[in-house]
Unconditional design. Structure first.
Length: 117
């Protein structure tokens, strides 16, 4: 599966952005999907996860209550709605897919989110 993220940009603190990740190739519905992020000078970290049928989600504590992960399997698209953004949310955001739970072998190229204070 090939993954392409979009929707990043520059936003003021307190603002919102919605990231999208469009998948092509093998059946999107059979993949658990997730968002990760990597801030400058830091390691990549988990943000949110959604299972293949979208009936279960998990979030990092740092984004819980502010970010919402969702998917539209008919459109082969994963979303990340980000509200109440903080400067510490500044990072390159990556979507990732796993055909085996937890084994994220498929990655997009990333989209940059910059939150100004």
């Amino acid at each position: 599966v090939q993954l392409v993220e979009s929707g990043g940009g520059l936003v003021e603190a307190g603002g919102s952005l919605r990231l999208s990740c469009t998948a092509s190739g093998r059946s999107f519905i059979y993949y658990d999907m997730a968002w990760f992020r990597q801030a400058p000078g830091k390691e990549r970290e988990f943000v949110a996860r959604i299972i293949m049928r979208g009936t279960s989600t998990n979030y990092a504590d740092s984004v819980k209550g502010r970010f919402t992960i969702s998917r539209d399997n008919a459109k082969n698209t994963l979303y990340l709605q980000m509200n109440s953004l903080k400067p510490e949310d500044t990072a390159v955001y990556y979507c990732a897919g796993a055909s085996t739970p937890g084994d994220y072998r498929y990655w997009g190229q990333g989209t940059l989110v910059t939150v100004s204070s």
